[in-house]
Design a protein around this ligand. Structure first.
Ligand SMILES: NC(=O)C1=CN([C@@H]2O[C@H](COP(=O)(O)OP(=O)(O)OC[C@H]3O[C@@H](n4cnc5c(N)ncnc54)[C@H](OP(=O)(O)O)[C@@H]3O)[C@@H](O)[C@H]2O)C=CC1
Ligand SMILES: Nc1nc(=O)c2c([nH]1)NC[C@@H]1CN(c3ccc(C(=O)N[C@@H](CCC(=O)O)C(=O)O)cc3)C=[N+]21
Length: 300
């Protein structure tokens, strides 16, 4: 079998198109322009590239983008003061603090200082609790993007066996909650899981969010299963020339694609969907803040 490739890049363009329509409607019918504030502390080059591309896409869909770049040695008090200012700013509907933060800053404290209604990452404890109890919340972008692609591919996910590899607060755990919400039978695997290959082989849906390049080989995949590869790993690629690198996922693409029914590529899979869902969450937050009916199909 050769898997269908789930084109996250094309799917993300469609999501951004829907977001742009709603932004236009908010402007013309309500004179409101959604605004997204992104806060970057320090000068990690990968984060800078990523923040720039978020800013560009934010503007492309017609929203306002506010970028706040702070020195790596910014104090916790100064960062919290900025967050309070953004919380109080009616032009800002979404706030994202780029993670990881430098070691001297308390990530939990900073995230929980964001107004939960503006927490477009869905990382605030209130949103985590709302998601876990099946209530309306802001849903983390990466798992939301994965869910959208899975629903599009399968229709209903009800009763399917899903294995999520990874239990981080930003990907693994919220992914598991969303799959449970769609009535999958969910297993969360991690570094202490016994017989990971055996666990993965039972799955109709495999979501890999580990951060280990090409860790999942094709012979762990049940024939016909759907593989969602969240991992983004930069590895050396001497075959492309000296000093060159390339991006790979947590799954070994070629061998998995021989067995799976469908698979997301890296790059061009989950990554672009994450950014599209960030924009979708910002429009959703803006609609909720203004009592405007929120777009359908852009949230869980
Ligand atoms: N596409 C996108 O938009 C995004 C991609 N990513 C990518 O997704 C990947 C995961 O990110 P994130 O969740 O933040 O990573 P974390 O490092 O926070 O979590 C990794 C998880 O993988 C588990 N793990 C590590 N080694 C193994 C192993 N050998 N077998 C089984 N499980 C293992 C860990 O288990 P334990 O808890 O036991 O240590 C942990 O739960 C990374 O490649 C990251 O770059 C992340 C965010 C967004
Ligand atoms: N508060 C916070 N929220 C996040 O959502 C968040 C974060 N911090 N910190 C970093 C991780 C990582 N992340 C990515 C999103 C998109 C791509 C993406 O679009 N990747 C392209 C490739 C980009 C390239 O070529 O480098 C792709 O997969 O096709 C990558 C990585 C969001 N994160």
């Amino acid at each position: 079998m050769t898997a269908q490739i789930i084109d996250g890049k094309a799917f993300a363009a469609k999501v951004r198109g829907k977001v742009a329509e709603h932004v236009a409607r908010l402007k013309s019918e309500h004179s409101i322009t959604p605004g997204l504030a992104v806060v970057l502390v320090g000068e990690d080059p990968a984060s800078q590239v990523y923040v720039r591309s978020k800013g560009k896409m934010t503007v492309e869909v017609g929203m306002n983008s506010y970028e706040h770049k702070l020195e790596a040695d910014t104090s916790q008090a100064d960062l919290l003061a900025l967050i309070n200012k953004l919380n109080a700013d009616p032009a800002v509907h979404g706030i994202l603090v780029q993670l990881p933060l430098p070691d001297h800053l308390d990530e939990d404290l900073v995230i929980n200082a964001i107004d939960p209604a503006k927490d477009v990452d869905g990382f605030h404890i209130s949103n985590v609790g709302l998601l876990g109890t099946g209530q309306k919340s802001m849903v983390p972008c990466t798992p939301l993007g994965c869910l959208m692609m899975l629903r599009d591919h399968h229709g209903s996910l009800s009763g399917l066996d899903a294995v999520v590899i990874g239990r981080s607060n930003i990907v693994g755990k919220p992914m598991a909650q969303l799959l449970l919400g769609d009535s999958c039978t969910v297993t969360i695997a991690h570094s202490r899981t016994r017989d990971l290959p055996g666990v993965v082989r039972r799955a109709d849906i495999v979501v890999a969010a580990v951060g280990r390049p090409e860790m999942v080989p094709g012979d762990w995949i049940k024939p016909g299963a759907t593989v969602i590869d969240v991992g983004i790993n930069r590895i050396d690629a001497p075959e492309n020339g000296e000093g060159k690198t390339r991006l790979v996922g947590d799954c070994h693409f070629d061998s998995c694609a021989e067995v799976a029914g469908a698979i997301t590529p890296v790059p061009g899979g989950v990554g672009p969907m994450t950014i599209a869902c960030l924009l979708a969450n910002t429009v959703t937050a803006c609609c909720r803040a203004n009592g405007v009916p929120e777009p359908e199909g852009l949230t869980a």
